[in-house]
Design a protein around this ligand. Structure first.
Ligand code: BES
Ligand code: ZN
Ligand code: ZN
Length: 495
């Protein structure tokens, strides 16, 4: 993260301070009035009466900011408005080249300061990148955000910090281009992150992948000069509350050219370094769980390769035998994600999971249906699980829209000569892709998240910024920690 999150009992005098105040506040609360002149107080009161959501007082040596809680019916909407206020506040702090701010929560919402800090931190993210000039490498001005008094508990703050580091990991991985992050480097980076956070990583190499007969992953890899990897990440703390593990599966296509069914470059292939965003999110979730010592047993599976044309590349018409034994007729080499996910999904069965959730930038159809605003969710898990996921989506504002897995959609992926075709019809492509995966996700409850829209933004949008968003990390951390019988310090619901 680009600044440190800290906690302090009080803020020093003449420091830059942020006061979060209740919705509809019309006067400066007593706790914030201390060193303000009556003119300054009148100025703030007038701005509050004018419904301004963010009020700035410039004292030249330091500043005061007032963030007003949104007047919205749902706690999740209030939380999201606070994240967005964090983004707006960062803009002002940058302008003033502020190094340190102290945040007070004078509202009735106990998590308000955490949500503001979340928005500040997610907005302050910068990809390290590869620029060589000094100016680009100098650190940003804002170095510390300190939450004061009961604005947060130190434990709650530490948990938010761990979660945000997971988001940063996912964003950094997505933003790295193919020539800095091939499948082997991707696996190495996930393993290094595990060493740091505390989860273990077992990277299966080409020989092991061949021995496991992962025909989908191997076929997609054929056009690549570099070998595939299959990473197994595991967080199994001593006091895990779940007897059966949660398994998270992430698509790890480090670059998707489409293969011989080549994508056109403009607006199609050019952002395809993001095609491992599902895998990156899995690593980000494991990282956050381990950092925060969350007492849940969770396994991450990330099959990885690039998808390219090349001398040996798989071709339309090829019939593959998958890890599960099912056969697949390849009708389009650009529908590659489902092939490697299928192998990972049938492999997941050996863990006897309580639930398997896969995340994948799987289809343009999901983007056309929902834009970058939401992910598509489909699955065989029970209604309660789907409901909990939807609630987590609202809580962290990574929203989900459910689509059906009706039998009729299975007709879209019929093949004349194999068990399945990897290509659906022109319509409902995100549904037929999920129907394909469903054939491999037997023996456990399963959820599929098509994150193709929100995973990567070509233009900045508030705290989600430009490039990799880390979508899925906050969502699944929220969902998983809500499964705990005893809740940890960080919750998203009490705003
Ligand atoms: N990686 C793409 C999907 C994608 C599209 C991700 C836009 C992020 C943004 C996937 O592998 C793909 O190419 N899907 C094809 C499938 C089709 C050939 C059945 C698609 O959706 O066009
Ligand atoms: Zn593709
Ligand atoms: Zn792809």
């Amino acid at each position: 993260m680009s600044f440190a999150l800290a906690h302090a009992a009080t803020a020093p005098a003449r420091s830059t301070q942020v006061f979060i105040v209740a919705a509809g506040a019309t006067a400066v609360p007593a706790a914030a009035a201390g060193d303000l002149s009556s003119e300054a107080q009148a100025y703030v009161a007038a701005a509050l009466a004018d419904d301004q959501p963010l009020v700035h007082l410039n004292h030249f040596s330091h500043h005061h900011y007032f963030v007003v809680l949104a007047d919205k019916p749902a706690p999740a909407q209030v939380a999201e408005a606070l994240r967005r206020s964090g983004h707006a506040l960062l803009g002002l702090l940058k302008k003033e080249k502020t190094a340190a701010v102290f945040v007070h929560n004078l509202s009735q919402s106990p998590d308000a300061a955490l949500r503001l800090a979340e928005g500040l931190a997610l907005s302050a993210y910068r990809f390290g990148g590869y620029k060589t000039d000094e100016k680009s490498r100098t650190a940003p001005a804002l170095t510390t955000v300190t939450l004061v008094g009961d604005a947060a508990t130190p434990a709650g703050l530490a948990a938010l910090d761990g979660l945000l580091q997971g988001v940063v990991l996912a964003r950094d991985l997505v933003n790295a281009p193919l020539n800095k992050l091939n499948a082997v480097q991707f696996a190495e980076r996930m393993a290094a992150a595990g060493d740091e956070a505390g989860y273990t990583t077992d990277v299966l190499d080409l020989a092991k992948i061949e021995a496991l007969r992962m025909g989908g992953l191997l076929a997609v890899n054929l056009g690549s000069p570099e070998p595939p990897t299959f990473s197994i990440l595991e967080w199994k703390p001593a006091g895990a509350q779940n007897a059966k593990p949660y398994v998270l599966v992430g698509k790890g296509v480090v670059f998707d050219t489409g293969g011989l069914s080549l994508k056109p470059t403009p607006n199609s292939m050019d952002m395809m370094k993001c095609d491992m965003a599902g895998g990156a999110a899995v690593a980000g979730v494991l990282y956050a769980l381990a950092k925060n010592q969350v007492p849940l047993h969770v396994i991450g599976l990330v099959p990885a390769t690039d998808n390219r044309p090349g001398g040996l590349a798989y071709v339309p018409g090829d019939v593959l035998t998958m890890h599960s034994g099912l056969t697949v007729e390849v009708k389009n080499t650009d529908a590659e994600g489902r092939l490697l996910l299928a192998d990972a999904l049938s492999f997941a069965r050996k863990y006897d999971p309580a639930l398997v959730i896969d995340l994948a930038t799987l289809t343009g159809a999901a983007v056309r249906a929902l834009g970058t605003e939401a992910s598509a969710v489909l699955g065989t898990a029970d209604a309660a699980t789907m409901q909990q996921l939807a609630a987590a989506g609202h809580a962290v504002h990574e929203r989900l829209v459910e689509f059906p897995l009706w039998d009729e959609y299975a007709d879209h992926i019929k093949s004349d000569i194999a068990d399945l075709s990897n290509l659906g019809k022109g319509e409902a492509g995100h549904i037929s892709a999920a129907k394909f995966l469903e054939r491999f996700a037997g023996g456990y409850p399963w959820v599929h998240l098509d994150i193709a829209g929100p995973a990567y933004l070509t233009a900045a949008e508030s705290y989600r910024g430009k490039g990799g968003t880390g979508t899925g990390v906050r969502l699944l951390y929220e969902f998983l920690t809500k499964q705990l019988t005893e809740q940890p310090a960080l919750t998203q619901e009490s705003c």
